[in-house]
Design a binder for this molecule. Structure first.
Ligand code: AMP
Length: 197
């Protein structure tokens, strides 16, 4: 099963991705996590990506696509995978199509988590308050100003993927406004038909 998770920052992609990993046994490939690991390890890619990520901008299409291509060639991806945070631009979507075609793989579905922007900003404020209450550090790109920038980047660069995948007949829209359990159930209702593919 090859899936893409689409949705604005804070829509709950990470939380629901964990659910999909548990239920369907496919690995979660989060380009955000991979880039944060590269930043932490101070690799050449990480050193370049840090300032871009901190500002809420997008890392270059070529860099991200190369990271994904290398990752999907690993053994644990043989039975499929869930892309979380990639593709994020039309060129990335085209690169992914080419990559999959070359490997004779086919995308099963693109799950879009749809959530109102006002709800996302409320959720961000609670997340910041909870993180602070635990005495933990807040992600540099999780302050309100940068978050709004990331929402703008999503609308401009990532939202065009919605009609792109709709045209391919791959798009499945899930209402992301309910409880975590309700959203998981809505995702399961869609994905159970792809089980085993
Ligand atoms: P995320 O954890 O998915 O919100 O990603 C955090 C940051 O990593 C983003 O704001 C971007 O700077 C960068 N990033 C993650 N995935 C991509 C991607 N597919 N293309 C470009 N930049 C990305």
């Amino acid at each position: 099963m090859i899936l893409i998770f689409l949705g604005p920052p804070g829509a709950g992609k990470g939380t629901q991705a964990k659910h999909i990993v548990d239920r369907y046994g496919v690995p979660q490939l989060s380009t955000g996590d991979m880039l944060r690991a590269a930043v932490a390890a101070k690799t050449p890619i990480g050193l370049k990506a840090k300032a871009i990520m901190d500002a809420g901008d997008l890392v270059s299409d070529e860099v991200v696509a190369a990271i994904v291509e290398e990752r999907i060639e690993q053994d644990d991806c043989a039975g499929g995978f869930l892309l979380d945070g990639f593709p994020r631009t039309l060129p990335q979507a085209e690169m992914l199509d080419a990559m999959l075609e070359k490997k004779e793989l086919a995308l099963d579905a693109v799950v879009e988590l749809r959530v109102d922007e006002a709800v996302l900003i409320d959720r961000l404020r609670s997340r910041i308050a909870e993180t602070e209450a635990r005495g933990e550090e807040i992600r540099k790109d999780d302050n309100e100003e940068t978050f709004k920038k990331r929402l703008g980047v999503y609308q401009e660069q990532t939202a065009p993927l919605i009609p792109y995948y709709e045209k391919q007949g791959k798009l499945k829209v899930v209402d992301g406004m309910g409880s975590v359990e309700a959203v998981s159930a809505a995702i399961d209702a869609i994905l159970d038909e792809f089980r085993g593919s």
